[in-house]
Design a protein around this ligand. Structure first.
Ligand code: XBP
Ligand code: MG
Length: 253
């Protein structure tokens, strides 16, 4: 096992709980703008999360949930709806930032101080990453990430490993020099498919997911005043995850 050099973060569900109160709302606003009466409630959205990528998710909704919908040009409809959705999502984050999950900012700061490389590998559109990072950590934080691999930069989205393979290539690192943080089964399949050791911080939408292949599953990263729980994997030294824990997990794995 090589030395731990980089941490690669997923975004949606991992850095922040963006799905229910961000992406879902933005999709619904785009549908309303287009005069469509579709409404993705919290429960339906949970089912739709089986497919990653916003355009892919709309297509999945039409093929499996709203099968009697007819349109002359579905492809253009999806592209236009998605462009509108991205505008709404960015505006939403700019007007009312969605907070980072417990421990995320703390661990990012600790990792930077320890000289670890930071990167992002996500299915979501690049503008969405920019909006989330700027609205939570500040615009200067975008430069903290040596690689932000996002959206359509690879044709096959998670659970395919392509976005992580791309990220490794950009970083010039091998899989065994990195650790990934993910929140979903699709994410774990993707990162493990790229042979990168993966820690899961599960959430309300993903707590029943199959995280086979992940080295550790936690409820969140924890803070000094908010203990995290290890759901599977080795116990950690204290009540929240530190860079020393990451080095230990990486070395033991
Ligand atoms: C994130 C997603 C994204 C967002 C929507 O998956 O599935 O599709 O829901 O983003 P992951 P876009 O966290 O595994 O990367 O609408 O911009 O595609
Ligand atoms: Mg995710």
């Amino acid at each position: 096992m090589k030395q731990l050099k980089a941490i690669i973060f997923d975004v949606d569900g991992t850095l922040a709980e963006t799905e229910r109160d961000g992406h879902r709302i933005a999709f619904n606003l785009a549908f309303t703008d287009a005069g469509l009466d579709w409404n993705w409630d919290e429960s339906l959205y949970g089912d739709l999360l089986a497919v990653t990528g916003g355009k892919e998710r709309i297509r999945y909704f039409l093929s499996d949930f709203h099968t009697d919908f007819k349109h002359d040009d579905i492809d253009s409809l999806i592209v236009n709806l998605h462009a509108r959705k991205t505008k709404h999502y960015v505006a939403l984050l700019e007007s009312n930032a969605i907070a980072l999950r417990p421990g995320v900012e703390r661990l990012i700061e600790e990792a930077r101080a320890a000289g670890l490389i930071l990167a992002i590998a996500t299915t979501t559109t690049p503008q969405n990453v920019t909006a989330l990072v700027s609205s939570t950590l500040g615009e200067q934080a975008l430069a903290w990430f040596d690689c932000i691999a996002a959206g359509d930069i690879v044709p096959a989205k998670k659970p395919a490993p392509d976005i992580f393979d791309y990220c490794l290539q950009e970083l010039g690192l091998s899989a065994d020099e990195c650790l990934v943080f993910e929140d979903s089964a699709n994410g774990v399949r993707s990162s493990c498919g790229a042979n990168i050791m993966t820690i899961v911080t599960q959430n309300n939408y993903t707590h029943n997911d199959d995280f086979s292949g992940a080295i550790t599953v936690l409820d969140h990263l924890g803070e000094p005043d908010l203990a995290c729980t290890v759901i599977s994997g080795d116990e950690i030294s204290g009540s929240y995850i530190t860079v020393d824990d990451l080095k230990q997990i990486h070395a033991n794995g």
